[in-house]
Design a protein. Sequence first.
Length: 154
Amino acid sequence: MDAPLSVFTGAWFTLFGAGVLGWCALEIRTRRELRRTGVSCLARVLPDPAARPATDGARDAARGDAPEVSDTSPVLGYLVEGHGEVVTRPRGWTSVRRTPPFAVDTLVPVRYDPARPTVVAVDGAGQLRGDAFWTLLGLAFAACGVLLLLGFFR
């Protein structure tokens, strides 16, 4: 690999890995703080306003469209004194989670920040696999970047 390309690639991988690790640590810290000090309530899972209604996959294929995949992060609605109904998505839910999606109109326990009621975490929902995935991804990119940089500067 050409020297400037290996330096650029190594720096990019290192910065990307560090960014993913920083984001993951911040999300875990925020959820942990919400679960420790947040206000507890029950939230109702609402229909996702951004999701398209389910269509026939064969019809989509005939038109040349790829079937739409909706976001796996649930839309939650709950009442907050002084703010009315708050509609938001919980922290730390990505399409790389392994827990089954909540059905619409299901009541789920959540904790929210009373100062910022749109910051919410689902109580009791395991997110260890998603957190481990993002942490390992960040570590892999950072390690590859550092190895590329070390190989150039040897």
